[in-house]
Design a protein around this ligand. Structure first.
Ligand code: AVI
Length: 319
């Protein structure tokens, strides 16, 4: 479920959360953090997005894992601790677990306790010999790893889903540096990266004809209303998905359909007709641009697996 940089479920006080939302609404353009996508409804909507024919990401990455997990597992070798960031249902991980030789431990990290425990229960049933040590945490912040991985031969961080693309470049650099500190000299990072492609494909993926992505985007406002007592009128906003060429990213926006004032924390925020609230960054990389990025943190791409159309890449990074 932690498919986003930061979380609204962290133990912050309501006042802190209100201040953060108000600060984002003071930016130009106004922003709403993507952490607000993921309440219960938002997580269900995201699962529906993953099933859409236009949203190629989940399907394509799963296909890469089905085709190449044996190769990945052979390279990883035995006795490794597998740490998955934003593990959710651990669906793609099963491909790896099916092939890994004597894994030392599987450490799923997710902010949603319910989803984490459900996934662990199913995994414990299907992989009875696997040691599973779940960590309920927001991986975009510092979290404590379980001590039982200390005896693992090496540490592998698995970060699928192209969630990396949702981080700003500054956040992404910071995250890679933290991951490097976790894997140390002999570990690796196995990461899913969405590649640059035809803009028409991207626009359809982020603005599907059925409108599921639009509902997902607008749900962020519903979540803020419920949690923070704001009064966003959902019908006053349209969904928009824009390609920002010089940043190589899709952005999700909410566009105001009228002049309006939204109330939050005793303050009124004026939103003009046609004004955009940016809700998400979805960076797309080429393998070269990603490698450049990784190199800056001291990581190199040692292996790369793609689908035949090169829509997506699963990359292995090592120090
Ligand atoms: C979670 N993350 C990888 C998704 C993405 O494609 O960037 C979130 C998403 N936003 C709109 N559709 C899906």
């Amino acid at each position: 479920m932690a498919k986003h940089p930061g979380t609204a479920s962290a133990p912050s006080s309501i006042d802190t959360l209100i201040d953060a939302v108000l600060a984002d609404l003071e930016k130009t353009p106004k922003e709403i953090s993507s952490v607000w996508f993921y309440d219960e409804l938002g997580s269900l909507l995201f699962d529906s997005i993953c099933e859409l024919p236009e949203y190629y990401i989940t399907r394509t990455e799963l296909q890469i894992m089905r085709t190449h997990a044996a190769d990945m597992a052979r390279i990883i070798g035995g006795g490794a601790a597998l740490i998955e960031l934003g593990s959710g249902t651990s669906l793609k991980t099963r491909q790896l677990l099916d092939h890994l030789q004597t894994p030392h431990t599987y450490v799923p990290v997710d902010v949603s306790r319910r989803q984490l425990l459900d996934a662990c229960r199913h995994l414990a049933h299907d992989y009875p010999r696997l040691r599973i040590t779940p960590v309920c945490a927001d991986f975009s912040r510092d979290f404590k790893l379980p001590s039982d991985i200390l005896s693992a031969r090496k540490r592998i961080i698995y970060f699928p889903g192209s969630t990396f693309g949702n981080f700003t470049h500054a956040q992404a650099r910071h995250l890679l540096a933290r991951l490097l500190a976790i894997i140390r000299a002999n570990g690796s990072i196995l990461i899913g990266i969405d590649l640059c492609k035809d803009i028409g494909i991207l626009k359809q993926a982020y603005d599907d004809p059925v409108g599921v992505t639009a509902k997902f985007n607008i749900n962020a406002l519903r979540h803020i209303n419920r949690e923070l007592g704001a009064d966003f009128e959902l019908k006053n906003f349209d969904h928009a998905a824009l390609w920002i060429d010089d940043q190589s990213r899709m952005e999700m926006h909410l566009v105001s359909k009228r002049d309006q004032i939204v109330h939050l924390g005793g303050r009124g925020v004026r939103i003009a007709y046609g004004e955009h609230l940016r809700t998400e960054y979805c960076h797309k990389y080429t393998q070269d641009s990603f490698e450049q990025f990784a190199l800056e943190t001291g990581l190199v791409i040692t292996h790369a697996w793609h689908d035949p159309a090169h829509l997506f890449a699963v990359l292995m990074l090592e120090p």
